[in-house]
Design a protein around this ligand. Structure first.
Ligand SMILES: [Zn+2]
Length: 101
């Protein structure tokens, strides 16, 4: 995706996929993430639609998706805990059975 700088404002040469309005780079930031070999810098760009209504809807969708991801992660952690507990329980049972022999 090419970024076009026009009269001091940064626009993207690709219109919004939802409403066809111009999109703007709202925020740019760098994030330092620790890795096995040290750290790596990831560049982030937040792009917003120039159409306020469209952007508001997009924000809502993003929020919903983030919530869905969070729910899925919580569910996975719950399942992992249950699995761990059942493995422990069956391991204990095996140990009890063995000691009886
Ligand atoms: Zn839009």
């Amino acid at each position: 995706m090419k970024i076009v700088i026009n009269s001091g404002k940064v626009y993207l040469n690709e219109p919004c996929s939802r409403c066809g309005s111009e999109k703007r780079v709202a925020k740019k930031w760098k994030e330092t993430i620790p890795t096995l070999t040290g750290t790596t810098v990831v560049k982030h760009t937040q792009i917003v639609c120039m159409n306020d209504v469209c952007q508001m809807e997009a924000d809502e969708v993003l929020l919903k998706e983030a919530k869905k991801r969070q729910d899925a992660r919580a569910k996975k952690e719950e399942n992992d805990a249950l699995r761990k507990a059942s493995i422990l329980a069956s391991a204990n049972k095996t140990r009890r059975n063995t000691s009886r022999i």
